[in-house]
Design a protein around this ligand. Structure first.
Ligand SMILES: [Zn+2]
Length: 416
């Protein structure tokens, strides 16, 4: 069935250029942060193009934007494809936009070919994937999966001081043409195309990555408390130095964690020393640990190992250690059925693929909690992303969209 339909590569590339103009930065990237005027302009452009083609446009209370092409059985839950349109402040023009606009291209290609599908198809642009202006990221898909907006977000402010609830309201009002629908409507499945944001596909010269899951992430905060004292007069036996304890705890963790398990990621990215004076033994040190792994049980084991190492080193230095979790995103495993469909789609197009795990979060992580989900990656130059120099070869963008079309047709047959 897929061989009769082709995407219009020229139209896709033109559309990528059109959207890259919204919030364009002098260095060739985009600044289209969530719920900003630029974000609203990009949502408007997509909605206008959709309405011009006779598709229906919806938004939910999180301003997730849905474009719908009706199916033979309109009462069945739609199959959803898409990504996000918001960007980092100095973001690239492909992160998010490629997946959203490729999904729209798939929908237009079906329309051009006059193909009637059993299931309705919807293109989605999730709100605030990036989390640069308002934190956390992936707010739109997170609220969609939970079918509710967390209370904690009602007081949320952006890095620019803007109130989240007001910006959300203004964004919803800026698109009165969109019909309102509740959060978390049932869907049959979800496929997201995205740039890899890493170098492996380019290095191995593989055009398509079939993403089987997203690794889990846990953030810990460790505080080791000792006693502040004079750096010059305090002899070793009188010191209760939390820095000495932190160094002793971290050294074996740095040496062992990633070496013993190449799939593990261990990063200490923030370190605060109190009182932070050049000639004082610190009273306390606080550091964060970013832990990542594809298996939740391993993340638990690593956390225990870190806790033991900190307790032991703190006790040896006459200090005490406290560890708390500040963020936890369990790993996601994507749908085996959808992945098998992706394999068949790639084979039908004669494309070389590689199964891979995503190191970064994506909206598909949350969507996979409520429906079968999977992702497709395409290579980006030097693996560079969240950077204005981010670049995807036109050929790779077009191949990604062709793959998305073939995968969607395979998936719809499965879900119908
Ligand atoms: Zn993205």
């Amino acid at each position: 069935m897929t061989s009769r339909i082709e995407i219009d590569g020229k139209r896709l590339l033109q559309r990528l250029d059109d959207f890259a103009r919204i919030g364009a930065t002098p260095a060739g990237g985009v600044n289209r942060q969530a719920l900003s005027a630029e974000d609203r302009a990009s949502r408007r452009l997509l909605a206008e193009r959709a309405l011009a083609r006779g598709f229906r446009v919806f938004q939910d209370p999180m301003a997730n934007l849905f474009i719908r092409r009706e199916g033979r059985f309109p009462e069945k839950p739609p199959f959803v494809i898409g990504s996000h349109l918001d960007s980092q402040p100095t973001g690239g023009r492909f992160d998010g936009a490629l997946g959203t606009l490729s999904a729209f291209e798939v929908m237009e290609s079906l329309e051009d070919a006059g193909i009637e599908t059993d299931l309705p198809i919807e293109v989605v642009a999730w709100t605030n994937e990036e989390g640069s202006r308002f934190q956390p990221g992936t707010m739109g898909s997170m609220a969609f999966a939970a079918a509710t907006i967390p209370d904690a977000w009602s007081d949320l402010r952006g890095r620019d001081g803007a109130r989240f609830v007001e910006e959300l309201k203004a964004t919803l009002h800026a698109l009165p043409e969109a019909e309102m629908r509740p959060l978390g409507v049932p869907i049959s499945g979800y496929i997201e195309l995205h740039i890899e944001q890493g170098p492996s596909l380019e290095r191995e010269n593989i055009p398509i990555g079939i993403v089987h899951g997203i690794q889990g992430t846990r953030w810990l905060e460790v505080t080791i408390t000792g006693q502040a004292a004079h750096a010059g007069t305090t002899a070793l036996e009188f010191r209760r130095d939390p820095m000495a304890a932190a160094v002793a705890a971290l050294e074996p963790l740095y040496k062992g964690t990633m070496l013993n398990d190449p799939r593990a990621r261990f990063t200490v990215g923030r370190f605060a020393v109190e009182p932070g004076s050049v000639n004082a033994i610190p009273g306390s040190v606080t550091f964060t640990v970013d832990l990542r792994h594809p298996e939740a049980t391993v993340i638990d084991a690593l956390e225990n190992q870190i806790r033991r190492a900190c307790d032991k080193a703190a006790a040896a230095a006459g200090c005490r250690s406290e560890l708390r979790q500040i963020f936890d995103m369990p790993p996601a495993a994507f749908s085996e059925d959808l992945l098998a469909g992706l394999d068949r789609a790639a084979a039908s197009l004669g494309l070389k693929t590689k199964r891979m795990l995503s190191g970064a979060f994506h909206d598909a992580l949350f969507v996979s909690r409520v429906a079968p989900a999977a992702m497709i990656f395409v290579p980006c130059r030097d693996g560079l992303s969240h950077n204005e120099a981010e670049y995807v070869e036109p050929e790779h963008s077009v191949t990604g969209a062709r793959m998305l079309l073939a995968a969607t047709m395979e998936a719809i047959v499965l879900s119908a």
